[in-house]
Write a protein that binds this ligand. Structure first.
Ligand SMILES: [Zn+2]
Length: 345
């Protein structure tokens, strides 16, 4: 079969299409015919050698967000409908070990030895991929597999942040930074589905329209405009919840946006890892600072259910064949596209 093989750590130039044997599913696993695989920043970090999961070996096949059809089933796979041959499925890339202290205490997102499709086992940038049967989620007939491949990582990440950690409530005001990113596009729709009012902050005018199309009327360009809009919509009171996956650049604006006892849910550091904080300001205003870690299997289940049932949208920036993987990574690195870069084997 054809697959994108990463043979070094020089970035995208280390990744080229080659031929490898079709993998064989072991007990508890299934073989998928990959129909779509959305690129993640982690794929790029791995290609540069900047973030390798324990157990990753070369040559490596990246690709964490995968949708396809079941074409073979290994032994000991329960005969349930969505793992039968022919089923259309999307993959939860993370399979916790089930045996470490985090797994045993019900915190599988913090598993010490997770198996990550496209991370430390071969992923979906190939014509076929083997995955655990337990990691499959059925895709409803009305959802195409390109859309399904866009969902797992951003939707489960946004669900964990907003719902499992942030406990967003109906009628709350939620401020979302980097509003046109894939996690934020999921977050604004999840927040709206829970009855919250969303204010999205984007970096440039060209990203306003995509938020409006998703039903977000309150969109501001830049942090200053975001603060003004928030004050206007809340009578100066501030946001109940701020979602910040940007990092150091937006940290001051995120803190300033909170009402007394407001919650800041933070989960990213792409613009820097170190921030300052006035302890007096934080405790006098009773701020809740909530780190949001890796999603759990339940987060994935709930996030996908939300997408299937609410008529949500997952924008696709571009679909490319596997042999254009360099172009795909270049688009991803620029961070300027709205929606996912999807590779189609
Ligand atoms: Zn574990």
């Amino acid at each position: 079969m054809r697959a994108v093989l990463q043979t070094g750590y020089d970035g995208p130039s280390s990744c080229r299409v080659g031929d490898v044997a079709v993998p064989v599913p072991a007990a508890g696993e299934v073989l998928l015919r990959v129909r779509a695989c959305a690129l993640n920043q982690l794929d790029l970090l791995q290609a540069r050698g900047a973030a390798m999961l324990p157990g990753m070996t070369l040559p490596h096949v990246a690709g964490m967000d995968v949708a396809g059809e079941v074409v073979a089933v290994g032994e000991a796979v329960d005969a349930v409908a969505h793992v039968a041959v022919g089923a259309r499925v999307v993959v939860d890339p993370a399979s916790p070990c089930g045996d470490c202290p985090s797994c045993r205490s019900g915190r599988s997102g913090y598993c010490a030895r997770p198996r990550i499709v496209g991370g430390n086992v071969d992923g979906g940038l190939a014509e076929h991929v083997v995955v655990p049967a337990a990691s499959l989620h059925p895709v409803p007939d009305e959802v195409d597999l390109t859309t399904a491949a866009c969902l797992p990582t951003p939707w489960a990440t946004a669900w964990r942040a907003l719902v499992s950690v942030g406990r967003v409530q109906p009628a709350e005001t939620v401020l979302v930074h980097a509003g046109a990113s894939s996690v934020s596009l999921a977050a604004v729709q999840i927040a709206a589905s829970r009855g919250a009012r969303v204010i999205a902050v984007v970096g440039s005018d060209d990203k306003v329209e995509v938020l409006r199309k998703l039903g977000v009327d309150d969109v501001a360009v830049g942090a200053e405009a975001g603060a003004f809009l928030l004050a206007d919509r809340t009578d100066g009171h501030g946001a109940d919840l701020v979602l910040d996956h940007v990092g150091a650049d937006t940290w001051p604006a995120s803190l300033a946006a909170l009402r007394p006892e407001g919650r800041l849910v933070f989960l990213g550091n792409t613009t820097g890892d170190s921030v300052t904080l006035s302890l007096a300001d934080a405790f006098r205003r009773g701020l809740r600072l909530l780190g949001s870690g890796a999603y759990s299997a339940q987060d994935m289940h709930d996030a996908l259910a939300c997408f299937w049932t609410t008529g949500a949208v997952a924008p696709v920036a571009v679909r490319l064949p596997l042999d254009r993987i360099q172009d795909g990574y270049e688009l991803l690195a620029r961070r300027s596209t709205v929606g996912r870069v999807v590779m189609v084997p």
